[in-house]
Design a protein around this ligand. Structure first.
Ligand code: PGA
Length: 260
């Protein structure tokens, strides 16, 4: 737990990388470097759908404390939705987390705020924790902090519509400025902290400070072992959503250890 009573969370988003064989090797490498006494940070691996079962097998065999997550979900329980995966399916394969609303899903697959909201409701019904991604593009950031923040808060409010206050305290929000994803350029720690404070304040007003204080907010966008130390001291940033560096077992574990 950090000084604010929240357990830091590190999430590896493998995106569309790793065939099943390669995913098993990476999961084993990460599990080998992840000791049982790393209890003060929660660590989640999010491989592609087709790798979930095999990666879960590695984690179960190892009795690892690493958790499993998915990168997306559909909101219906079952039915004629070709190509889609339901929350029930994710739960049965061992997922306890699921990323929703990643900017790549929004950009390449047309995911809207309303879709994100449906997915969040469906995941909570299935007992899976949603990791809701929000973040502004470069144009908005260049237009000024106020513009960027109000866009982000609109995304947050839309994603949480219809949730009760207690549910809000259990979800995770990942602030990922689009211009920082995979670009090697991060938000400054102060920018990321300011956005996190704004998100928490908005949720405090919406669902009570007690609940807003419990909710974890992650930063994502070009986090690496070389820059993570700048983000760790930020009081409202509770961990990281990591893309590129999560594909390297050593780098991913080093990132996690920064939050121990
Ligand atoms: P990155 O990706 O760490 O490669 O920038 C982060 C993300 O998209 O979640």
């Amino acid at each position: 737990m950090n000084g604010n009573g929240r357990t830091p969370l590190i999430v590896g988003n493998w995106k569309m990388n790793k065939t099943t064989g390669q995913a098993v090797v990476l999961a084993q490498d990460i599990a080998n470097l992840h000791y049982r006494d790393y209890k003060t940070v929660e660590t989640v691996l999010c491989p592609p759908f087709v790798d979930l079962k095999s990666v879960n097998g590695v984690l179960e065999y190892d009795r690892s404390a690493l958790r499993l997550g998915a990168q997306d979900v559909f909101w219906e329980i079952s039915g004629a939705y070709t190509g889609a995966i339901s929350p029930e399916m994710l739960r049965e394969v061992g997922c306890s987390y699921c990323i929703v609303g990643h900017s790549e899903r929004r950009a390449y697959f047309g995911e809207t705020d309303a879709d994100v909201n449906r997915k969040v409701h469906a995941l909570l019904r299935a007992g899976i924790v949603p990791i809701i991604c929000v973040g502004e593009g470069l144009e908005l950031r260049d237009a000024g902090d106020r513009q960027a923040e109000s866009f982000i808060l609109e995304q947050v409010e839309a994603a949480l519509e219809g949730l009760n206050d207690r549910d809000v305290s259990t979800i995770v929000i990942a602030y990922e400025p689009i211009w920082a994803i995979g670009t090697g350029r991060t938000a400054t720690p102060e920018q990321a902290q300011a956005v996190s404070v704004a998100i928490r304040a908005c949720l405090g007003e919406r669902c009570g400070w007690e609940n807003a204080r419990k909710l974890r907010i992650l930063y994502g966008g070009s986090l690496k072992p070389e820059n993570v130390a700048l983000f760790v001291p930020m009081p409202d940033i509770d961990g990281g959503l990591i893309g590129g560096a999560s594909l390297d077992a050593r780098a991913f574990i080093d990132l996690m250890k920064a939050w121990l």
